[in-house]
Design a protein around this ligand. Sequence first.
Ligand code: FES
Length: 71
Amino acid sequence: MYVCVCKAITMKSFEEALQQGGSYKDVCHRLGVGSDCGICLHDAYQEAQNSGELVTNAAKDSTSKTPTSKF
Ligand code: FES
C-alpha cells in the first residue's frame, strides 16, 4: 500500500524511515512524501502518529505541526 502515490512511497518504506530516526517532517522531506500534490500528508501524519514515531521524534523537531494540504 502506498502512502504517497506521486512518489511511489510505500507504507512500509515510510515506516522504516521513521524508525531510522528523524522527525515526521524530516522523513517526509527525505522521501519526497507530500512534495507533489500534497494529498498524502494527512495519511502520512496519521501513520506516523499511529506508529508512535511522532512521540519519539517530536522533541527532535520543534517545528512539527499538523500537515496542511497545498489545496
Ligand atoms: S500523493 Fe504524495 S505528493 Fe501526491
